[in-house]
Design a protein around this ligand. Sequence first.
Ligand SMILES: Cc1cc2nc3c(=O)[nH]c(=O)nc-3n(C[C@H](O)[C@H](O)[C@H](O)COP(=O)(O)OP(=O)(O)OC[C@H]3O[C@@H](n4cnc5c(N)ncnc54)[C@H](O)[C@@H]3O)c2cc1C
Length: 338
Amino acid sequence: MSSAPTRITVIGAGVIGLSCACDLANAGHEVTVIADHGPGDTVSALAGALWFPYYAAGTEQVVERSLRRFVELASLADSVGTDVPDGEVDDLTDDVPPVQMRTGLLHERLAPPDRSWVAPVVKVLGYDAVQPVDGGVRATLPMIMTSRYLAWLMDSCRMNGVAFQWRTVASLEELTGTTDAVVIAGGLRGGELLGGDDAVTPVRGQLMLFANGDGGEDGPLLTDWVVDSDDPSHMTYVFPREDEIVVGGTSEPGSWDETPDQATAEAILSRAEALVPELTELPIIGHGAGLRPARETVRIEHVDGYDLPVIAAYGHGGAGVTLSWGTAERVVELVGEL
Ligand SMILES: Cc1cc2nc3c(=O)[nH]c(=O)nc-3n(C[C@H](O)[C@H](O)[C@H](O)COP(=O)(O)OP(=O)(O)OC[C@H]3O[C@@H](n4cnc5c(N)ncnc54)[C@H](O)[C@@H]3O)c2cc1C
């Protein structure tokens, strides 16, 4: 908790900006978010999103904190209950965090496999959450229903008094006099306001959406996730949400192409159907592609040299949702240290 309320401007309304805004407001600050893309129009809206520290170097300090927060949200959702009567899905209140603990299988093809993610999971959830099985690891992890989750985050921000302005910030100078500190949560564009950041690169991801079934006439109801990503050029994942299933993907460093491509979609489909044959019984309802804001190491730090105190919080690669709450907690600490 900070001692005195301070005016903080957060640039960015993706999962990082909104999580920072929420926690800063909770810590007693007067927060304004400025963004030129609303949450539904950011790369955050494309995320699967399974809690998993993928493509996110140098984040040990925030991985575990984020996991704790998502586990708390999932248990909150559990205690409120998510049983929705037929036909009332749209009325589901955003008071319920759209986060659920889901079990799934991580295929491992490398020797030795990368199990760096296991330690924080065991620490937070215990040994039962992770079980080595033939060909991989079975784990129970938070699944974040991204589009509803971003709406829930926006609501949480508004309830905590966060103000929003929808515009581009062309330079930090234009904020002088309007705020006491700036948090830059601009994703792939995070370095632009700091004179550029060569360490940031896009890593393109393509995915498709299936309608989930109902276990009856509408086809099988999938609940378990599957990830097979040890070969980055052929990464495959299947993330069942409630009424839709996110199926990916690709991992193409340096590509700026945000348009889904048909040949890639066909390749994803054939890999995904080999992993989860039930997908052949379900309809495809959409395609998407987006750019993960990858950086050599995720940047969460105070940046010197500006008239205003500046904190950078960007470069979360393929794990922005995964790392969001830990990032927000660290940003609140950094603001407190100013
Ligand atoms: C296909 C795919 C699948 C993914 N799956 C997962 C997953 O399962 N789990 C997971 O954890 N992560 C996943 N990710 C990664 C995740 O989506 C990103 O790490 C995360 O969304 C980054 O969030 P962000 O808030 O930093 O950036 P963004 O969501 O890109 O938001 C940036 C914000 O900054 C604003 N902005 C930038 N510059 C300015 C400016 N000058 N003025 C005003 N506004 C500005 C933009 O308008 C926007 O609101 C996936 C990504 C892709 C592409």
